[in-house]
Design a protein around this ligand. Structure first.
Ligand SMILES: Nc1ncnc2c1ncn2[C@@H]1O[C@H](COP(=O)(O)OP(=O)(O)O)[C@@H](O)[C@H]1O
Ligand SMILES: CC(=O)N[C@@H](CCC(=O)OP(=O)(O)O)C(=O)O
Length: 259
C-alpha cells in the first residue's frame, strides 16, 4: 500500500505531545497518507523500576531486561503509554487501535544476546496483513514494542528498532523519530543532514551516545530505495518546514541521494 508513514514517538516526549500533534497525524489520513505509530516509554519504565527498587541498566541505549524488568516494561508500555496515546486520538476525527507486538503476533523477535542483555528482542517478522487490515479500516495503529519470542514467551524490543522494522515491512514512504531534542547535535549544533558513514563515525567517537544510538542505527538500517530518508525531530513541534512537517536531522545513505 502506498502512503504508509511510520512515526515513532519517544518516551522522552510522549507526555509533552500536544493536541495539535495528534490532530496533524489524524489529518494525514484525510490526505491519503496512512500513519502508523510505534511508541517508546523508557522514562516511564525507569520510574516504575525505581519505585520497585530496581536499578535501570542500559548497554548502548538498550535496556538490560531481566524477567522482572520485562514484566514491568510490558505493564508500562502496553498499559499506560499505549492507552495514553490511543486516548489522545479520541479528540480527533480518527480512531486509534492500540496493540503490542504480542497481539496477533504483530512483531516476532528472537533474543539479541541473552547473556549480556537478557530478554531483549531482535525483530524477525512483522505481521503486515494484520497492520494492513487495521490501516484499511481507516484506523491508526498504535504499537507498543513488546514482541512475541519465536521460541515462546515475550521480548522487550527497543522502540526505535521496532519502528524501523515496521517501516521496512510495510514499505513505508516516511519514517520519523519524534524525540526530545531538535535532531542530532554535534558540539551543540543541530545537523540538518547526516549520512550512514557519518553516523558510524559519530557513534564510534562518542558524539552520539545513549538513546540516540539505537535511533540513528535503526534509521540507517531502514533506508531503502523507497525510504530514502529518515528524520529525527523534536516532538515540541517548534521547528517546522513551510509545509508544516517537522524539521530535524535527515539521515540519508550518501550525500547525493536526497531529492
Ligand atoms: N549527538 C546527540 N545529539 C542529540 N541527542 C543525543 C546525542 N547523543 C545522545 N543524545 C541523547 O539522546 C536522547 C534521545 O534519546 P532517548 O532519550 O532514548 O529518546 P526517545 O525516548 O525519544 O527514544 C537525547 O535526549 C540526548 O540526551
Ligand atoms: C530493549 C529496550 O531498550 N527497550 C526499550 C523499550 C521502550 C523504548 O524504546 O522507549 P524509548 O523510545 O523511550 O527509548 C526500554 O525498555 O526502554
Amino acid at each position: 500500500m502506498d502512503g504508509i508513514v511510520v512515526i515513532k514517538c519517544g518516551g522522552s516526549t510522549v507526555e509533552e505531545l500536544s493536541a495539535d500533534f495528534f490532530q496533524s497525524i489524524a489529518a494525514m489520513k484525510d490526505m491519503g497518507k496512512h500513519p502508523i505509530i510505534v511508541h517508546g516509554g523508557g522514562p516511564a519504565i525507569n520510574d516504575m523500576l525505581v519505585t520497585m527498587q530496581i536499578k535501570p541498566e542500559f548497554v548502548d541505549g538498550l535496556r538490560k531486561t531481566t524477567a522482572e524488568v520485562l514484566e514491568t516494561a510490558e505493564l508500562v508500555l502496553s498499559g499506560k503509554v499505549n492507552k495514553k496515546i490511543v486516548t489522545a486520538f479520541q479528540d480527533t476525527s480518527k480512531t486509534a487501535i492500540g496493540l503490542s507486538g504480542v497481539d496477533g503476533d504483530l512483531i516476532k523477535a528472537s533474543p539479541l544476546n541473552l547473556d549480556t542483555l537478557g530478554y531483549v528482542g531482535n525483530v524477525e517478522d512483522v505481521n503486515q496483513t494484520l497492520l494492513l487490515h487495521i490501516v484499511k479500516t481507516g484506523s491508526i495503529p498504535v504499537i507498543a514494542p513488546i514482541a512475541s519470542d519465536i521460541n515462546g514467551g515475550k521480548l522487550n524490543v527497543n522502540a526505535d528498532v521496532a519502528a524501523a522494522a515496521v517501516a521496512q515491512a510495510m514499505q513505508a514512504e516516511e519514517l520519523m523519530f519524534v524525540t526530545d531534542v531538535d535532531g542530532v547535535m554535534i558540539d551543540g549544533n543541530m545537523q540538518e543532514t547526516l549520512t550512514v558513514s557519518d553516523i558510524d563515525k559519530l557513534v564510534n567517537d562518542g558524539t552520539i551516545y545513549g538513546g540516540m544510538i539505537p535511533k540513528v542505527r535503526a534509521a540507517a538500517d531502514s533506508l531503502t530505495d523507497k525510504l530514502e530518508k529518515v528524520t529525527i525531530a523534536n516532538g515540541n513541534g517548534k521547528n517546522r518546514h513551510e509545509n508544516g512537517t517537522l524539521k530535524g536531522t535527515t539521515i540519508i545513505k550518501e550525500k547525493r541521494a536526497v531529492h
